[in-house]
Design a protein around this ligand. Structure first.
Ligand code: SF4
Length: 379
């Protein structure tokens, strides 16, 4: 078995929040009992509480959400809802961190299960990004601007904020990159290589001017060899989403073979070939709007997380809506927000205890706030 160094252990400890075990009865209760108990606790908390639900949450969670949306919309909502004492975020850890940064000082942000993280966000940590930055700024004479995707830890948002950069989401990535190039000739984009590459390609940046930085290789690995870094406009971090990475050209071919008039719509975390073969690409919020506004009888093959696709299919029975991937797979980390955890967090609030509060330390909060404010200003 590989031995972890102290540094590696510290990193692991840093990014793996601990979830205390729940009493057994939370898991022994039937689904109906759990839903009924959530209803009682939610009613008792009235407007002291706002529940935010990400589109990828299961229906048994979404039914309790006061607002649903993607991470961009939910962070705007967290910034706007200053009257509630508690923001219960049914999403993943980086979203709760952003809500904590953007919310008012008296508000407390709660993540029902602390192990609900994001595998993509975990593909870049502050130590790796600092190391990459030191190498790049040592090698290159031109100014570089860092952009982090929303799906990243708060300390990475602070990193970009302190260096003049911004956070972007799948909704505003094109605007964020356009803005970045008014500030610097080069961009370091992390952690999702696909969102960066797809956005760059959409802006007309040739593939040879987008190189892939592998954080596990000195100098970023083979893609960054020779004068590749000097020629590059965008340096892409080698990270990806395990859910959106599953969609393939073959699935699009199959969908079109079955339904010649199908519309293929995918998320920009998919690979470039999938995005280029689709009819439309956009954030989950964009997908929700486009399918919602489409005429009755239209057909939609969707390349995003299955809970959202199934919900859209239920909401629009007059349209044929299906997931591009026939071997369906939910986002396993989003799925950790089981109703039992929601009930547990609410029960504790009713009893006057705040469990699973997500708090960003003040030294990180300031610069992360700067980066998030830039994100909210860039459309
Ligand atoms: S769908 Fe992908 S990017 Fe979104 S939370 Fe899950 S692993 Fe992370």
């Amino acid at each position: 078995m590989a031995t972890l160094t102290l540094g590696a252990l510290a990193r692991q400890a840093h990014r793996t929040p601990v979830q205390e075990p729940l009493p057994d009865f939370y898991f022994q209760a039937s689904a109906e009992e759990t839903q009924a108990a959530i209803g009682v606790a939610r009613a008792a908390l009235r407007d002291r509480l706002v529940i935010l639900g990400h589109h990828y949450q299961r229906d048994e969670i979404i039914r309790w959400a006061d607002y649903t949306g993607d991470s961009f919309k939910l962070s705007q909502l967290a910034a706007a809802r200053s009257e509630a004492d508690f923001i219960l975020f049914c999403g993943v850890h980086f979203m709760a961190e952003s809500a904590d940064i953007l919310s008012a000082n008296h508000q407390r942000v709660i993540l029902p299960n602390m192990t609900a993280g994001c595998s993509m966000a975990d593909m870049a940590d502050i130590y790796q990004v600092r190391d990459c930055w030191d190498q790049l700024t040592g090698l290159l004479d031109e100014k570089i601007l860092p952009i982090t995707y929303m799906n990243s830890a708060a300390n990475l948002k602070a990193f970009v904020g302190e260096r003049g950069g911004t956070v972007c989401t799948s909704s505003n990535a094109p605007a964020a990159l356009r803005w970045a190039f008014t500030q610097a000739p080069k961009v370091l984009f992390f952690p999702d290589q696909h969102l960066g590459r797809n956005t760059g390609a959409r802006m007309g940046i040739p593939l040879e001017e987008m190189v892939l930085w592998d954080p596990f290789e000195q100098g970023g690995g083979p893609d960054c060899a020779g004068d590749a870094l000097r020629r590059a406009k965008i340096i892409l971090w080698k990270g990806h989403c395990s859910v959106h990475g599953r969609f393939t050209l073959e699935q699009i071919r199959q969908a079109r073979a079955h339904y010649p008039d199908v519309n293929v719509i995918v998320h920009p975390e998919c690979t470039l070939d999938v995005v280029q073969a689709a009819d439309d690409v956009g954030s989950t919020e964009h997908i929700v709007k486009v399918i919602g506004a489409a005429p009755s009888g239209t057909k939609w093959a969707v390349g995003t997380e299955i809970n959202l696709v199934n919900r859209l299919a239920k909401q629009h029975p007059d349209k044929l809506i299906f997931c591009l991937d026939p071997v369906v797979c939910p986002c396993s980390t989003m799925y950790r927000i089981h109703p039992a955890y929601l009930r547990w967090a609410l029960d504790n609030l009713v009893a006057g205890r705040v469990v699973n509060q997500v708090t960003v330390p003040p030294e990180i909060r300031h610069w992360a706030h700067v980066a998030l404010d830039r994100m909210l200003a860039v459309h």
